[in-house]
Design a protein around this ligand. Structure first.
Ligand code: PMP
Length: 361
């Protein structure tokens, strides 16, 4: 047997010692760890998806539409805000969108900045594209103070700023005022990661409305969460058409398969049905927040489909004992806190029962 391993390969020095990113994929009765939508496609949608795939199957000897025009038009229609195909771009999950953005606007000698705790793939993608990462802190309530954010941008002059709203793992949404404060002074691009946008509470606006005033603002979205299509891998951005033109410099030709495009277009045809689950998930989320607070836990306000709660002296122990009871949650975020995704009413009941057993609350 050869002892040859990763460390023997001539990988880039800056990748040495890194571990691949990813939540554990365990076979458990109740998986509430990756912020998926727990509702699978209806039989009617599953049938429509199968038909759409069958339609493209006979043409799979040909490369797909490299510009994904039909899909991008459908996404623009879904977003509204006067967007059209020129201001929308799609890729394999919003992670690939963010990677493309970093490939264009980051790289050697450049800097990306974020406000932590936030989505830990932001520094990872920053790092693998050779970009330097600068982390600023969110406040104790996980908000971002507009004046402090503006000062931080002026201090670091980053090429890319990440603002996650609603934020993962805290659930915190940002007021437009904060996004504008940053966009007004940022010398590079500002990426508002809105992966959880559809779960926002009433009255919390999307950064899409700021696009006409800020041509270097990029709003990234995904079909993985509210659209219940995590397995299809479809993320997208909305921005000034010049940004979409810039992405063309780094995107691989035919990056989005004909199958993915057909599946995503079909899912968008069923937007009403798919987004119908969002209302229920928001209600379940609010109920979960209230239940946790009644039991004396600290709970971050959430505009997403997950809830960050704590504070535990040994969160790893709580996480393990929840898992022993078949409930997988996520050990992520500031020390002492845990994150649970909102599931079906039955899954949420299982979570509550397990947490009560583990903590005695
Ligand atoms: N942004 C945020 C804030 C996320 O939480 C996630 C998924 N966990 C993503 C982007 C990436 O999602 P996807 O690649 O499935 O679109």
């Amino acid at each position: 047997m050869s002892e040859f391993g990763l460390e023997d390969l001539p990988i880039r020095d800056d990748l040495r010692g890194r571990t691949p990113y990813g939540a554990p994929q365990l076979d458990v009765p109740v998986a509430l760890n990756t912020n998926e939508n727990p509702y699978p496609p209806s039989p009617r949608l599953a049938e429509a998806l199968a038909r759409a795939v069958a339609d493209v199957a006979v043409g799979l000897n040909r490369y797909p539409d490299r510009d994904a025009v039909r899909l991008r038009s459908a996404l623009a229609d879904y977003l509204g805000h006067g967007l059209d195909v020129r201001g929308v771009w799609a890729a394999n999950g919003s992670n690939e969108i963010l990677q493309q953005v970093l490939q264009v606007f980051g790289g050697q000698g450049r800097t990306a900045m974020g406000f932590e705790p936030s989505y830990s793939m932001h520094p990872v993608i920053t790092g693998v594209t050779g970009t330097r990462w600068v982390a600023e802190r969110r406040g104790d309530d996980f908000s971002i103070d507009p004046a402090e954010a503006r000062a931080a941008v002026l201090r670091h002059r980053p090429d890319v700023v990440f603002l996650t709203s609603p934020n993962n793992p805290t659930g915190t949404a940002l007021p437009l005022e904060t996004i504008e404060a940053v966009a007004e002074v940022a010398p590079g691009v500002v990426v508002v990661d809105e992966a959880y946008a559809e779960f926002r509470r009433e009255g919390t606006p999307s950064a899409l409305s700021l696009l006409p005033r800020h041509p270097r603002l990029i709003v990234s979205r995904t079909m993985s969460k509210a659209f219940a299509m995590a397995g299809a891998r479809l993320g997208y951005l909305a921005a000034h058409p010049a940004v979409v033109d810039a992405i063309q410099l780094v995107r691989l030709p035919y990056h989005l398969s004909a199958v993915t495009q057909a599946v995503a277009v079909t899912a968008l045809d069923f937007a009403d049905e798919l987004l119908g689950t969002v209302k229920q998930l928001r209600e379940e989320r609010d109920a979960l927040v209230a239940w946790l607070r009644e039991r004396g836990f600290s709970v971050a306000d959430s505009d997403a489909n997950f809830v960050l709660f704590g504070v535990f002296p040994d969160r790893g122990e709580v996480w393990r004992r929840m898992l022993d009871q078949g409930v997988l949650i996520r050990e992520v975020g500031p020390s002492g806190w845990l994150r649970v995704s909102v599931g079906t009413p039955e899954e949420n009941a299982a979570f509550r029962a397990a947490l009560s057993n583990v903590t005695g609350h």
